[in-house]
Write a protein that binds this ligand. Structure first.
Ligand code: HEC
Ligand code: HEC
Length: 261
């Protein structure tokens, strides 16, 4: 057993750097398949998710600024695939990668559990949206270029692990789209890269502004001001202007300066 591991790692060293990309893709796909075929345990998913709340917030809503994406309500298969890709370095995410180590996150079972927990969380009623100045053009671009994969209403596709894009923060959508277009996101869909190849600066903004405004179905949305009761002790930041844990509209008001007579 030991010997074969040693032999395998030596073989790994001997192979060229080029093949490591294919290796990380294969490792991610193996983990994806394994997690997909396990029965998820929601109670354990909640425990696994605790460490993720620091960035993604207990609600899974991320930040309106798009620094952290909304993960609540995302398709289970998509969450599993992204976690497997990130930890296998098939998608670069330096901020999050330490939290996906086997020591912290666990194995395929924990990935399955966390994904099941996250996907059933109700979504933010107020995601970050774009400037709203070119929406008719954005709608046309969406219908002509995106529905085939991401669905008529941005709902994504479960079996094909295509992300739901409705309800996502505009600035996160923008960043991912640019990275996919520049071929900087390693796990990008090759057909999508081709499809958006000729998109201009204006096109990119218009289509994602439109996407950020597609409302998820009402039964997927949380009520205004909902707080996840599974994490009652989550320390919301004492400095409300730090942004973490709050969506922009929910931050406490800065005290009014007294008006001098
Ligand atoms: C230190 C902050 C941080 C922690 C902790 C963290 N994440 Fe993330 N996560 C991020 C950032 C930042 C991104 C987006 C990176 C980018 O822009 O490419 C992200 C992206 C994701 C995505 C991809 C979303 C998408 O739409 O493709 C998933 C899924 C995810 N995180 C789940 C988790 C889970 C589950 C945990 C806990 C095990 C976790 N994250 C912990 C910062 C964090
Ligand atoms: C041929 C299918 C296909 C087409 C067409 C396509 N996409 Fe995608 N898209 C995908 C897949 C698959 C992924 C996820 C790739 C992965 O990481 O596994 C994705 C990822 C994304 C992401 C990143 C989502 C996230 O949560 O990180 C965004 C944003 C996106 N697509 C927007 C669009 C828009 C807007 C269009 C139309 C202009 C479009 N896509 C056209 C298949 C497609």
């Amino acid at each position: 057993m030991r010997k074969s591991i040693l032999a395998a790692s030596m073989l790994g060293l001997m192979l060229s750097a080029g093949s490591s990309i294919a290796d990380s893709h294969d490792a991610a796909m193996r983990e994806y398949e394994a997690a997909l075929n396990l029965t998820p345990d929601l109670e354990n998913g909640k425990k696994v998710y605790r460490v993720c709340t620091v960035c993604h917030t207990p609600e899974g809503w991320g930040l309106e600024s798009g620094a952290y994406p909304q993960v609540a309500g995302q398709l289970r298969t998509v969450i599993i695939k992204q976690l497997a890709d990130i930890r296998a370095r098939n998608r670069d995410n330096p901020t999050m990668v330490p939290f996906t180590s086997p020591q912290l996150l666990g194995g395929a079972q924990e990935i399955a559990d966390a994904a099941a927990y996250i996907s059933q969380l109700p979504m933010s009623p107020r995601n970050g949206i774009g400037p709203g100045i070119d929406l008719a053009w954005g709608k046309k671009l969406y219908e002509d270029n995106c529905t085939e994969c991401h669905g008529e209403n941005g709902e994504g596709h479960l079996e094909d692990h295509i992300p739901a894009v409705y309800g996502q923060h505009y600035r996160y959508l923008l960043r991912q789209f640019e990275w996919i277009k520049m071929e900087r996101r390693r796990n990008a869909d090759k057909k999508m890269v081709k499809q958006i190849h000729n998109f201009t600066h204006r096109d990119v903004r218009a289509v994602l502004d439109y996407v950020s405004r597609i409302r998820p179905p009402a039964d997927k949305l949380a009520a205004e001001g909902w707080r996840n009761p599974d994490f009652p002790k989550f320390a919301r930041p004492s400095n409300p202007h730090s942004g973490a844990g709050y969506t922009i509209d929910q931050r406490p008001q800065r005290p009014q300066r007294p008006i001098r007579p």
